[in-house]
Design a protein around this ligand. Structure first.
Ligand code: ZN
Length: 431
C-alpha cells in the first residue's frame, strides 16, 4: 500500500486510483479551521467532508452518514464522478430555523452542525473559491396522510381546519433531515469518557475504518457512518423556540417492523400516530377553533434500540422460545443475553436537535421513556405534562413490552405492574 502525499494527483473521475490515498497524513494547505460553538457561521467555519479535494478536508469521515458507502459503490461502478459537486441552486430551506443562543453554546449541541442547512448562504465565498461544502441539514415542506389521522377525523377526534389539516386528512408539515456531525470533545464529555478513549474505541470498533481518529488529534469533528434524524413540525417552526407557545413533542426511535409494517409485538407505530394526532390537535390555528400551539416529532434512526434489526429479531425468538413463554419479567434479560446490553440508544445526544430548534420548554411530552425524559430535562429543557399511550392502542402482543418498561421506570399515570404480574405469560407463542 502506498501512502499518498500532497503531490499525488487525486485522479478525479477515475474510479480506481492507482494509489490508496491514506487520510492519516495532513493533506497540506487549504483546510479551513472549525471553531465549534462560535457565535456566527463565519467564525465557526464550514464543515468540509469532501473526498475530492483532500487538502480541504477539516473533518474525519464523510457526508451522508451510512449512505457514504453507497456513494462509494456508485463511484466504484463508474456511475458517479468522484469530482461531482452538488448544484445547490433552489435547495435553500423553506423555513429559516434559528440562529438560537443554543447554537453558540458548545455544550448544548455536540452532534449536529447548527449551520448545516445554510451552507449555501453562509459560505457563499468559500463555495465560489472552490470548496466542496455540503449541507448536513435540509428543511422542506410536505403534506402527510396517515390512515390513523383519517380515522381520527372520521371518528370526530380531530376536526379539519382547512389550513393545517384538510378535510381529506392531509396535515401540513415542515420537515427537516438531519445528518450527524459529531464534535468529539463534546461527545466524549456527554458519555463521561476522555476524548482519546472515545477516539480509540471508535477506531477499533469500526475495524479501523477511520485512521484519523487516532492519528489526527487536530481534527475534532467526525461525520459518523450512522443514520441521522428526521424532524416533523406541525405549525410554525419559529414557535418551537417560544416557551409561551404550547409545544407537544415526541422523540421517537425507529422501529421499522411496527412503524412501517404494522407488526404488533410493540407499541411503536400506535404511539407514533397517537403523537401525530396530538401534535395536529395542538397546532391547529386559533382562528379556526384550534389551540394555536406547535407540534414536533423527532424521529431517530436507531433501529431496535440501536442494536439493529438482526439482533432485534433474534431477541424476539429468544423471548418466545424461553421456558414459561414470553413474559414481562424476562423482557430485558432476553435482550441482554443476545446483545450484552438492554439498550444502546443512549439518549445523551438526542436533545441536540431540540436545542437546534431553539426549544426551551415542552409542554406535553408524548413519551413514557424515563431515559428520554431524563436526557431532555438534564439538558436544560423544561417538561410539563407527560402523555402515555392510551391503553386501547396497545396491541395484545405488546403488553409484555409495556409492562416490562413500566416496571423498569417508564412513566405511567396508572398502576406499575408488580413481580407476580410480570411473570404471567402474555406474549403470543411462535407457530
Ligand atoms: Zn417497535
Amino acid at each position: 500500500m502506498t501512502a499518498g502525499s500532497s503531490s499525488t494527483p487525486d485522479s478525479p473521475g477515475h474510479p480506481h486510483p492507482r494509489h490508496i490515498r491514506l487520510t492519516s497524513h495532513s493533506g497540506g494547505f487549504g483546510a479551513l479551521p472549525i471553531v465549534w460553538g462560535a457565535e456566527t457561521a463565519r467564525e465557526r467555519g464550514p464543515v468540509v467532508g469532501t473526498t475530492t479535494s483532500r487538502a480541504h478536508r477539516n473533518v474525519i469521515g464523510t457526508h451522508s452518514g451510512s449512505y457514504s458507502v453507497y456513494r462509494a459503490l456508485a463511484v466504484a461502478a463508474g456511475a458517479l464522478k468522484r469530482e461531482h459537486k452538488a448544484d445547490l441552486t433552489n435547495t435553500a430551506p423553506t423555513n429559516t430555523i434559528g440562529p438560537y443562543p443554543q447554537w453558540s453554546d458548545p455544550a448544548k449541541i455536540v452532534s449536529i452542525d447548527p449551520w448545516g442547512a445554510e451552507v449555501a448562504r453562509e459560505y457563499e465565498a468559500e463555495l465560489a473559491a472552490g470548496y466542496d461544502i455540503r449541507p448536513t441539514l435540509a428543511v422542506t415542506q410536505a403534506h402527510v396522510m396517515l390512515p390513523e389521522v383519517i380515522e381520527a377525523l372520521q371518528k370526530g377526534r380531530l376536526k379539519a381546519d382547512g389550513q393545517l389539516l384538510t378535510a381529506n386528512g392531509a396535515a401540513m408539515v415542515t420537515k427537516v433531515a438531519v445528518e450527524p456531525v459529531w464534535y468529539l470533545p463534546g461527545v466524549a464529555k456527554r458519555f463521561g469518557c476522555t476524548e482519546a478513549e472515545l477516539r480509540r474505541v471508535l477506531f477499533e470498533e469500526t475495524g479501523g475504518m477511520y485512521p484519523e481518529l487516532v492519528t489526527r488529534s487536530d481534527l475534532e469533528v467526525f461525520l459518523p457512518p450512522i443514520g441521522g434524524q428526521t424532524v416533523y413540525i406541525f405549525g410554525n417552526p419559529r414557535d418551537l423556540a417560544d416557551p409561551n407557545v404550547e409545544l407537544t413533542a415526541r422523540v421517537h426511535d425507529e422501529c421499522n417492523g411496527s412503524d412501517v409494517f404494522g407488526s404488533d409485538i410493540c407499541t411503536c407505530r400506535p404511539y407514533l400516530t397517537h403523537a401525530i394526532e396530538e401534535c395536529i390537535a395542538a397546532a391547529q390555528p386559533k382562528d379556526k377553533g384550534g389551540r394555536g400551539g406547535v407540534g414536533l416529532v423527532a424521529y431517530s434512526r436507531k433501529e431496535g434500540r440501536a442494536l439493529g434489526e438482526v439482533t432485534k429479531f433474534l431477541v424476539y425468538n429468544a423471548r418466545k422460545r424461553q421456558v414459561g413463554g414470553d413474559t414481562a419479567d424476562q423482557y430485558f434479560a432476553r435482550t441482554e443475553c443476545v446483545a450484552g446490553v438492554q439498550d444502546m440508544r443512549f439518549q445523551e445526544l438526542m436533545p441536540d436537535v431540540l436545542h437546534w430548534l431553539g426549544i426551551r420548554k415542552i409542554h406535553r411530552l408524548v413519551s413514557m421513556s424515563n431515559m428520554k425524559y431524563d436526557a431532555i430535562t438534564g439538558s436544560g429543557i423544561e417538561v410539563g405534562e407527560r402523555i402515555n399511550i392510551p391503553d386501547e392502542l396497545i396491541p395484545a402482543d405488546a403488553r409484555v413490552e409495556m409492562d416490562a418498561k413500566m416496571a423498569a421506570g417508564y412513566f405511567t399515570p396508572g398502576a406499575v405492574p408488580d413481580a407476580d404480574e410480570l411473570k404471567k405469560a402474555k406474549g403470543r407463542a411462535l407457530k
